[in-house]
Design a protein around this ligand. Structure first.
Ligand code: NAD
Length: 460
């Protein structure tokens, strides 16, 4: 099957590469000439485990080609997937990339003789595909929906495991304008071992937002619990959450084996969620809901709890170290999570900004996300980036573990002690071995854990 994918970012490129890998003929389109050039030269323009190898193979085998021009790719494609960005604007979701892309596709469809299904894979608020995108396609193509197909197929891949998530999806949601569109998409997904759920276009759009809001609610719930534990003192949020999630309604025993569902990973205290999806999707859901006349208090609170979390980290550090001016602070991890170079809405961004505002000298370390971070927050006096955690820690008065890259989680207490001027370690993910750190003479600060007043002292 010939497939065109418009937008070759995390979702579009992974979609294009994986569909080529299962045997489709794929044309990827991106406005950025450097992205297109990189793909055609068999180099992945972004970091995602396993992606570079498959991309190299499918381009070499002639099953994937990239273009800057939509019409060249749409030419003879049976499926045209829109995977462009849908950022959050001041008043809600910004559909400008979607609309531009729909116009380009519609114009190209005028020239096309065969039948094509236009599929929105980008995350868009309910009504976008069936109303907004359809009207733009109809106006630009001079056809009515039905003469071309229309579908909404939300994507659930997670950065860091995107290739695996795409290849082995939990479910394939197809929101379709008509039966014919649905059948074409089913055919595209032949061979994927997952239940296919056919729903209407708006339900497909809502499923994606609901999935993200539910997962984000677990993170903010854990962080709110952490704040309560910190306020009370002497209660470790991790002990609390670990005990709570042993409830068999969360963690059943099957054949005597304790099953720990992946969802529990979201019920962990930390410095808040980031990334390209949760923050913007919750913001878009909030605006959409209000526009429809319902004020979603819970969604609003999830966002508020999340926004406060990175600032609380720096406040705690300041509470422990006093004036941060001229003190060197190592920020370990810039990517919003391990396994990706994506820094969109990463918690390290407000953490570094707060530190700089207080005059601290910041060394940010990350194995792959330095360049992306420097694009948002350029290095300069008082802020530099390094790929090497030892350089970041050297001479610092505090280390903040933000992204739990395995190499960073494994840094031993003796290394912190050896390299740092004052070995204070703030564990924003509650993944460090506190016993090891303290045995080496480090001072440990953990989210959701503060000493009991007058008690035996969690923090020395
Ligand atoms: P991205 O910013 O990484 O990629 C979007 C790409 O589209 C960019 O490279 C941009 O140059 C290109 N583009 C914009 N307009 C274009 C046009 N008219 N023609 C051709 N190319 C164009 O975005 P992303 O992270 O891949 O997200 C894309 C969509 O998928 C968003 O709606 C997002 O919410 C959703 N989504 C993302 C993830 C994720 O983990 N990143 C997961 C599921 C869903």
């Amino acid at each position: 099957m010939k497939v065109a994918v418009i937008g070759a970012g995390y979702v579009g490129l992974v979609t294009g590469v994986c569909l080529a890998a299962v045997g489709h003929q794929v044309a990827c389109v991106d406005k950025k000439a450097e992205v297109v050039e990189s793909i055609n030269q068999r180099r992945s323009p972004l970091y995602e485990p396993g992606l570079a190898e498959i991309l190299c193979r499918v381009v070499e085998e002639g099953r994937l080609q990239a273009f800057t021009d939509t019409s060249a790719a749409v030419n003879d494609a049976e499926v045209i997937i829109i995977a462009v960005g849908t950022p959050l604007g001041p008043g809600g979701i910004d559909l400008s990339y979607i609309l531009a892309s729909a116009r380009e596709i519609g114009t190209a469809l005028r020239e096309r003789e065969g039948y094509s299904v236009v599929v929105v894979k980008s995350t868009v608020i309910p009504g976008t595909t069936g109303e907004t995108v359809r009207k733009v396609l109809e106006a630009a193509s001079g056809m009515r929906a039905g003469e071309f197909g229309l579908a909404m197929n939300p994507e659930f891949l997670r950065e860091g495991s995107a290739v695996e998530d795409f290849m082995y999806p939990d479910r394939i949601i197809i929101g379709a304008w008509d039966e014919r569109s649905c059948e074409v998409l089913r055919r595209m997904y032949t061979g994927f071992d997952a239940p296919v759920l056919k729903v209407n276009l708006a339900a497909a759009e809502m499923i994606k937002y609901t999935a993200n809001a539910l997962l984000a609610s677990l993170v903010s719930f854990a962080n709110e619990t952490a704040c309560i534990c910190e306020a009370a003192g002497g209660i470790d949020v991790q002990e609390v959450l670990s005990a709570v999630t042993l409830d068999k309604r969360f963690s059943p025993r099957i054949d005597g084996e304790l099953v720990r569902p992946g969802m529990i990973q979201y019920l962990r205290a930390g410095c808040g969620f980031g990334g390209s999806c949760f923050p913007k999707d919750l913001g878009a859901l909030l605006s959409f809901s209000r526009e429809k006349g319902y004020d979603p208090r819970l969604v609003e609170s999830i966002i508020q709890v999340n926004q406060k979390q990175p600032h609380r980290i720096v406040q705690r550090l300041e509470g422990r170290l006093g004036n941060l001016a001229e003190k060197k602070v190592a920020v370990l991890g810039l990517a919003f999570k391990p396994g990706t170079d994506d820094v969109r809405e990463t918690p390290s961004l407000p953490i570094i900004r707060d530190l700089r505002e207080r005059g601290a000298v910041v060394a940010g370390a990350d194995p792959v996300a330095r360049e992306n971070m420097a694009d948002i927050l350029p290095a300069g006096p008082g802020l530099r980036y390094t790929g090497d955690w030892e350089t970041a820690l050297e001479g610092s008065s505090a280390a903040i573990l933000v992204t739990p890259w395995p190499d960073y989680v494994e840094i031993s207490g003796s290394n912190y002690r050896r390299l740092m001027k004052f070995p204070l370690v703030m564990d924003c993910r509650r993944v460090l071995d506190r016993g090891d750190l303290e045995a080496a003479g480090c001072h440990y600060l953990g989210v959701g854990l503060v000493p009991e007043q007058g008690g035996d002292g969690y923090e020395s």
